[in-house]
Design a protein. Structure first.
Length: 318
C-alpha cells in the first residue's frame, strides 16, 4: 500500500519539554520505531508538524535587527531540513541498509487573500505565562492567544492549494524511496503579479496539507498519528467516548476544537469524501493496529453507522 503518515507535533516535541535537539531526537527515535513496523511491503510518505521548531527559530531571529529577521517561509524550509534529517537518520538505523531516503523541500501554494491572514490561529513556539505573553505582544507585535492554561504566539494558517513537488515525490516512491515531505504544512508560497512565485508569512496546517498530499499521491490510506488513542466526543468530561469508526457525514455532526482535533477530523473527512478511501486518527504507538483497522478512529464513506469505543484516554489532544 501507499501510506501517508502525518506525525503530530507531540511526536517530535512533547508539550512542556525543553526545545532542545536531544529532546527532539529522542521523540523522533520513538516515532521511527513505530514507522519501521509498517514499512515492509509498503510505500511510505512521512509528513510532520513544525510549530515548536519554527517558533524557536523565530525567537532566535528576534535577537536580530528588524530588517535582518528571516521570514516564516524561510524558517519553514529550515525546519523541513532539520526534522527530515533526524527522521531519515533514526528510521534508517532501523530499516534495511539498502532502503533509500529523501527529504523533499516542499513548496505549497496559498492564496495571498486567504481570510486566514486576517485572523491568525496557528500556534507556534513555546508556551508562556500570560504576563510574559502580554510583554512579548507589546515588544514584538506578535499575536498571542490562550493555549490551554498558557499562551502562545499565533500566525496565519491559510488553505493549501497546490503542492509543487508532487512529480518528484511520485518518482521517488516508484523507486522504493521513503519520502519525508510537506513538513510543517510545507513552505507557504503565493503568486505575485506576473506569475512570480514568492514566499509568504504563514504556517500552513500540516493535517490539511498532508491530506492534499495523500490525495494527489493517490495514497491508499492516510493516517494522522498523535498522542491520543482516538477521536473523542466530550473530551475532558466524564461523558467522553471514543469514536472507532464513522462516515464523514456522521463525525461532522460533532464539534471538535479548532486548535487541536478539529483540523485532523476535517482533513480525514476530506480525504475519505474525495477519494473513497480511508483515513484514520490515533496514537503513534498503535500505528500497526490503526493500519489494520483495529485501533484509532477510522473515517470512511463505507461506514454505515457510527461505532463507539472505550472511554480510556491517552495524552492530550494535539
Amino acid at each position: 500500500m501507499r501510506i501517508v503518515v502525518a506525525l503530530g507535533g507531540n511526536a517530535l516535541l512533547r508539550r512542556g519539554e525543553p526545545m532542545t535537539a536531544e529532546a527532539q531526537r529522542n521523540n523522533v527515535r520513538i516515532a521511527a520505531a513505530a514507522l519501521a513496523r509498517i514499512h515492509p511491503g509498503n510505500q511510505l510518505v512521512i509528513t510532520h508538524g513544525n510549530g515548536p521548531q519554527v517558533g524557536l527559530l523565530a525567537l532566535q531571529g528576534a535577537a536580530y535587527k528588524p530588517d535582518e529577521v528571516y521570514p516564516l517561509d524561510v524558517l519553514g524550509a529550515q525546519t523541513e531540513g532539520m526534522i527530515g534529517y533526524m527522521i531519515e537518520q533514526e528510521l534508517g538505523n532501523l530499516l534495511p541498509f539498502d532502503v533509500p531516503f529523501a527529504t523533499m523541500l516542499t513548496m505549497v501554494e496559498v492564496a495571498s487573500d486567504d481570510p486566514a491572514f486576517a485572523e491568525p490561529t496557528k500556534f507556534i513556539g513555546p508556551v508562556y505565562p500570560q504576563a510574559d505573553a502580554r510583554r512579548l505582544q507589546a515588544e514584538k507585535g506578535w499575536r498571542m492567544k490562550p493555549d490551554g492554561d498558557k499562551w502562545r504566539r499565533v500566525v496565519a494558517s491559510p488553505e493549501p492549494k497546490q503542492i509543487f513537488e508532487i512529480k518528484p515525490i511520485k518518482w521517488l516512491l516508484d523507486h522504493g524511496t521513503v519520502v519525508i515531505a510537506a513538513g510543517g504544512g510545507g513552505i507557504p508560497t503565493t503568486y505575485a503579479p506576473g506569475r512570480k512565485l514568492i514566499g509568504i508569512e504563514a504556517v500552513i496546517d500540516k493535517d490539511l496539507c498532508s491530506e492534499l498530499l495523500a490525495r494527489q499521491l493517490d495514497a491508499d490510506v492516510f493516517i494522522m498519528a498523535t498522542d491520543t488513542d482516538a477521536v473523542y466526543v466530550d473530551w475532558g468530561k466524564p461523558t467522553a467516548k471514543a469514536i472507532r469508526q464513522a462516515s464523514p457525514q456522521a463525525i461532522r455532526d460533532f464539534p471538535f476544537p479548532a486548535g487541536s482535533m478539529g483540523p485532523k477530523v476535517d482533513a480525514a473527512c476530506r480525504f475519505a469524501e474525495r477519494t473513497g478511501k480511508r483515513a484514520a486518527i490515533g496514537a503513534l504507538a498503535d500505528l500497526e493496529r490503526i493500519l489494520k483497522g483495529e485501533a484509532g478512529t477510522t473515517i470512511t464513506t463505507a461506514a454505515t453507522a457510527l461505532s463507539w469505543g472505550a472511554t480510556q484516554k491517552v495524552g492530550a489532544e494535539t
